[in-house]
Design a protein around this ligand. Sequence first.
Ligand code: CTP
Ligand code: CA
Length: 224
Amino acid sequence: VEAALADGPLKGKHVLVTSGPTHEPIDPVRYIANRSSGAQGTAIARSLAALGADVTFVTGPADVPPPLGVKVVKVQTARQMKDAVDAALPADAAVFAAAVADWRVANASGSKMKKDGSGNAPALEFTENPDILASVSQMKKGRPKLVVGFAAETDDVQANATAKRKRKGCDWIVANDVSPATGIMGGNENAVTIISDEGAESWPRLTKDQVAAKIAAKIAEALA
Ligand code: CTP
Ligand code: CA
């Protein structure tokens, strides 16, 4: 609450942040999901609020608790996340830090799937989820002035992230290398490159809180 009342460069600005994984049900007791602690998205929302922003935080089931001083909207699936984002708009800026499941199970079962004793495993069918970042980036009316996407890559980080920015139509992509050798995934630190129409800006390896503070400050500068 204190953070929401903070005076700062983002006072009066509404910023939407998505964070955490989404969970896509297989049946009432099972799901598929991406790996995401929600730590980086949570830290960004906290930093934005500390700069005075009015923050709507749309989060999947994350490991870390949501920050204080923001409006929290909890969701499970990608489709619920999209509905929550649409309902939270308009916003001055939107930051898509969530690790959204690209596919959901098309033949999800309403009741618990049981082993039938034959030793055969069930066949899951998948269907693509809506791309929330792309849909907001490509809005014809009422698009946030600044749309920020993330790209967690394991190979050709900068090339993949640059192509992703073009394809989605967002203003910035925050790219990072999550290959196992970096130890970034699941840790406290992050090493990111910000890709914008001005090129690529690489920051040193910092704590996720420090990365969040720098991203929030850059957003404040862009909205000023
Ligand atoms: N994203 C989203 N909705 C989706 C998928 C991704 O909003 N259904 C957002 C993520 O929050 C992130 C950005 O898009 O900000 C990039 O996600 P990423 O998974 O790297 O991109 P994809 O287009 O899904 O490509 P890939 O095949 O590399 O997973
Ligand atoms: Ca993806």
